[in-house]
Design a protein around this ligand. Structure first.
Ligand SMILES: Cc1cc2nc3c(=O)[nH]c(=O)nc-3n(C[C@H](O)[C@H](O)[C@H](O)COP(=O)(O)OP(=O)(O)OC[C@H]3O[C@@H](n4cnc5c(N)ncnc54)[C@H](O)[C@@H]3O)c2cc1C
Ligand SMILES: *[C@@H]1O[C@H](CO)[C@@H](O)[C@H](O)[C@H]1NC(C)=O
Ligand SMILES: *[C@@H]1O[C@H](CO)[C@@H](O)[C@H](O)[C@H]1NC(C)=O
Ligand SMILES: *[C@@H]1O[C@H](CO)[C@@H](O)[C@H](O)[C@H]1NC(C)=O
Ligand SMILES: *[C@@H]1O[C@H](CO)[C@@H](O)[C@H](O)[C@H]1NC(C)=O
Ligand SMILES: *[C@@H]1O[C@H](CO)[C@@H](O)[C@H](O)[C@H]1NC(C)=O
Ligand SMILES: *[C@@H]1O[C@H](CO)[C@@H](O)[C@H](O)[C@H]1NC(C)=O
Ligand SMILES: *[C@@H]1O[C@H](CO)[C@@H](O)[C@H](O)[C@H]1NC(C)=O
Length: 541
C-alpha cells in the first residue's frame, strides 16, 4: 500500500518525503507512518470503502472525487456538499471577495469535531487530493481559502464560545465571526483580543497576527492565545502552548496556515465594559493636519495612553472626491479622551464617535464594506516617518486617474501604526513569529485595498496598487524608513510574507514545519495562501 502511495505522488512531494525522514528523528511523525493505519486507528477502515480500495493518487478530479465520495459515505450529504447541490452554490457565494467565490471545489466538507478534521486530512493524504481551509472567508485573493477541484474544509460548525469558570480564558472555535464572539462575552463584561469588523472570521485573523482595538494595551490577537488545539499533518490532535509543543505554539503566532488546522483557540480573556469610538471624515484640505495627527499619535500620544487605538484611511468616491476616514477608539467609556485632542480638532464633515459596546462598534465599522465585489488587499510596513506619509498619500492620488473610471471602484490607502504598546505586547510568551522588535519602532503598515465590479479592470487595478507600493518603498529607502515586515492579513498574492519576517524566523518556521509535517502536507497538498517559500504568485503586475 505504502509503495503504491509513494509511487503515485509527484517528484516534489517525494523530495519532501526524503527530507522529512531527517526531521522525523526529532520524533513527531514516525518514519513508518502509515496513513491507512492512522485512519484505522480513528475508526475508518479504508478496506471496507469501495471508493478507496484503489486510490489513484495524483492531483485533480480523479483523486478528489474518491476523497469526496468517501467523505459523503462517512458523513452524509448535509455535511459534504457536492457540485450538484444548491447548498454548494450558497457556500461559494458566501466569500467576501468575488475572486474567491468564483473558485469551484470538488466538494465542501463541514466537520463538527477535531476528529473529523483529522480524518479529512488523512483522506486527503491518502488520495493526494488537494485541500484548503475556510474560516470567515475574508482573505481577498482566489485560492486563499478556496480551491479549484479540491476539498474545501469549512470551519463553520466548530463554533463554540465558552468562558472558563475562572473567567481567565475562553474557548473560541474557528467557525466564529468576531461579532458573535464579542456579543457573547459582553454579557459577562468580558472580551478577547480580535478583529475590528463584525463579519471577519476568527481563525485567519489570529493566525496572521490580528490587530485589535485593544492592541496598544495587550498586543495583537496572536499574542493573546493561551493555546491552540491543532490537527497536524499526521492527523494528530495536539495542544500547542508555552509548555506543550512550544515551537509549534511560536510558529502558529503569525505563521498562518502552514502548520496544521486549528480546531480551537484558547484565548486570554479580559474585563471589558462599554467603550468609545467611531469614525471622523475629513476633507482633503485637512490632509496635512490629519497626517500630523497620525504622526504625533504614533510617536507620542499612543505611548502615553494604552487605551487608545487609531487607523486612518484615505480614499476617493465619485460624489465626494478625496476623503480621510479617521477611525479612533478608546477602551473606556470616556468621550474625547485627551489622547485624541489633536485629531478631534480637525474639522469633520461627519462623525459617528460615541459610547458603544465592542460588538456595536464592529457592526458600525462594517457598514459600507462591500461583500461579493472584486477585491485586492496589499500590505507593507515602514518606520514611522512624516515625510513618507505625505509621499504615500500624494502618490496614491497622483496615480489614481489611471483607474478612476473602473465601474464600482472604491480605492483606499490606510496608515495603521504599529505602536510601541503593540510592539511590547508582541514580546509576551517569548515573542511571536512576525519579527518586529520594540527597539526599531514605531512602525506603520501601509494597507492598500480596492474593490471594483468588472474583471476587465483587474489588470490595471493590480498594476496601480503595485506601482504605488513600489514607489513608496523606493522613497522609504531614501528616507531610511524601509522595513521588511509584510502583514499577512493585508498582503496580496504577489508578496512574500514569510521572507518579510526575517531570515532567522523564516528558517525557524521551516524547521518547525519539517518537524511536524515532514512530507509537506500543508505546503504542497494545501497549496493556497502564504506558504513558507515565496509569494503565491511570483508574476508581479
Ligand atoms: C473587511 C475586513 C476587515 C478586516 N479587519 C481586520 C482587523 O481589524 N484586523 C486585522 O488584523 N485584520 C483585519 N482584516 C484582515 C483579516 O484578518 C484577514 O482577511 C483574515 O484572513 C480573515 O480571516 P478569515 O477567517 O475571515 O479568512 P479566511 O479567508 O477564511 O482564511 C484566511 C486564511 O486562513 C486559513 N485558515 C482559516 N481557518 C483556519 C484554521 N482553522 N486553521 C488553519 N488555517 C486556517 C485559510 O485557509 C486561509 O488561508 C480585515 C479584512 C477585511 C476584509
Ligand atoms: C473537474 O471536474 C469539473 C466538473 O466536472 C470540470 O469543470 C473541471 O474542468 C475538471 N477539472 C480538471 C482539472 O479535470
Ligand atoms: C487568572 O487571572 C488572574 C489575573 O490575571 C491571575 O492572578 C490568576 O492566577 C489566573 N488564574 C489562573 C487559573 O490562571
Ligand atoms: C456588567 O457590568 C455592568 C456595569 O458595571 C453591571 O451592571 C453588570 O452587573 C455586570 N454584569 C455581569 C454579568 O457581571
Ligand atoms: C480637493 O478635492 C477637490 C475635489 O476632488 C479638488 O477640486 C481639489 O483640487 C482638492 N484640493 C486639494 C488641495 O487637493
Ligand atoms: C467630542 O468632541 C467633538 C468635537 O471634536 C464634539 O462635537 C462633541 O460634542 C464632544 N463630545 C463630548 C461628549 O464632549
Ligand atoms: C457594482 O456592483 C454593485 C453590486 O453588484 C452594484 O450595486 C453597483 O451598482 C455596481 N456599480 C457600477 C458602477 O456598476
Ligand atoms: C499571476 O498574476 C498574473 C498577473 O500579474 C496573472 O496574469 C496570472 O494569471 C497569475 N497566475 C496565477 C497562477 O494565478
Amino acid at each position: 500500500m505504502k509503495i503504491t502511495l509513494i509511487a503515485s505522488i509527484s517528484t516534489v512531494l517525494a523530495t519532501a518525503c526524503v527530507q522529512g525522514i531527517g526531521a522525523v528523528a526529532q520524533g513527531f511523525e514516525p518514519p513508518d507512518f502509515n496513513v491507512f493505519q492512522a485512519l484505522l486507528d480513528k475508526g475508518v477502515d479504508i478496506t471496507s470503502l469501495p471508493q478507496l480500495s484503489n486510490p489513484t493518487g495524483g492531483h485533480g478530479n480523479g483523486s478528489c472525487s474518491q476523497a469526496c465520495g468517501v467523505l459523503e459515505l462517512l458523513y452524509g450529504s448535509s455535511d459534504v456538499l457536492s457540485r450538484q447541490s444548491s447548498a454548494y452554490d450558497g457556500f461559494t457565494s458566501s466569500y467576501w471577495s468575488a475572486q474567491q467565490g468564483a473558485v469551484d471545489p470538488c466538494c465542501v466538507f463541514k466537520p463538527s469535531t477535531a476528529l473529523q478534521v483529522s480524518i479529512v486530512v488523512l483522506i486527503a493524504r491518502l488520495t493526494q487530493c488537494p485541500f484548503v481551509v475556510k474560516g470567515g472567508g475574508h482573505a481577498a485573493f482566489a485560492g486563499a481559502s478556496s480551491i479549484e477541484d479540491g476539498i474545501t474544509i469549512s470551519m463553520e460548525r466548530l463554533n463554540r464560545i465558552v468562558v472558563s469558570p475562572d473567567r481567565n480564558v475562553s474557548d473560541i472555535g474557528p467557525g466564529n465571526h468576531w461579532v458573535d464572539v464579542y456579543s457573547t462575552l459582553e454579557k459577562q463584561n468580558l472580551t478577547v483580543i480580535g478583529g475590528r469588523i463584525s463579519g471577519v472570521g476568527v481563525p485567519g485573523l489570529i493566525l496572521g497576527g490580528g490587530i485589535s482595538f485593544f492592541s496598544n494595551k495587550y498586543g495583537w490577537a496572536c499574542d493573546n492565545v493561551a493555546s491552540y488545539e491543532v490537527v497536524t499533518a499526521s492527523g494528530a490532535i495536539v495542544t500547542a502552548s508555552s509548555t506543550s509543543y512550544p515551537d509549534l505554539y511560536w510558529a502558529l503566532r503569525g505563521g498562518g496556515n502552514n502548520f496544521g488546522i486549528v480546531t480551537n483557540f484558547k484565548l486570554h480573556t479580559y474585563a471589558q465594559g462599554l467603550m468609545w469610538g467611531g469614525q471622523r471624515i475629513a476633507l482633503n484640505e485637512s490632509f496635512p493636519a490629519v497626517l500630523d495627527a497620525i504622526h504625533n499619535f504614533a510617536i507620542t500620544y499612543s505611548d502615553q495612553d494604552p487605551d487608545a487605538a487609531q487607523i486612518v484611511s484615505f480614499g476617493y468616491t465619485e460624489g465626494c472626491g478625496a476623503l480621510a476616514a479617521i477611525q479612533i477608539e478608546y477602551a473606556k467609556p470616556i468621550s474625547n479622551a485627551s489622547v485624541f485632542n489633536e485629531i478631534n480638532a480637525i474639522p469633520a464633515v461627519q462623525s459617528t464617535t460615541g459610547i458603544h459596546t465592542l460588538s456595536e462598534l464592529t457592526i458600525m465599522m462594517n457598514e459600507g464594506i462591500v461583500y461579493g465585489a472584486r477585491e485586492t488587499y496589499w500590505g507593507v510596513s515602514f518606520k514611522v516617518n512624516r515625510e513618507l506619509f505625505t509621499y504615500l498619500v500624494d502618490t496614491f492620488y497622483k496615480f489614481l486617474p489611471r483607474i478612476i473610471d473602473a465601474k464600482g471602484l472604491l480605492p483606499v490607502i490606510s496608515i495603521q501604526v504599529i505602536t510601541e504598546g503593540q510592539l511590547k505586547g508582541m514580546q509576551k510568551n517569548g515573542g511571536n513569529a512576525l519579527g518586529l522588535e520594540p527597539a526599531g519602532g514605531p512602525y506603520f503598515i501601509m494597507n492598500m485595498g480596492s474593490n471594483w465590479n468588472e474583471t476587465a479592470d483587474d489588470a490595471r487595478i493590480l498594476e496601480f496598487n503595485a506601482k504605488v507600493i513600489g514607489l513608496v518603498k523606493e522613497k522609504a529607502k531614501q528616507l531610511r524608513a524601509d522595513n521588511d515586515f509584510i502583514y499577512m492579513n493585508y498582503a496580496s498574492q504577489f508578496q512574500d510574507v514569510v521572507a518579510g519576517y526575517g531570515a532567522e524566523n523564516k528558517a525557524k518556521l521551516i524547521e518547525v514545519s519539517k518537524k511536524y509535517d515532514p512530507t509537506g502536507v500543508f505546503q504542497i497538498l494545501q497549496p493556497g495562501y502564504f506558504k513558507l517559500e515565496g509569494a503565491p504568485n511570483s508574476t508581479v503586475p
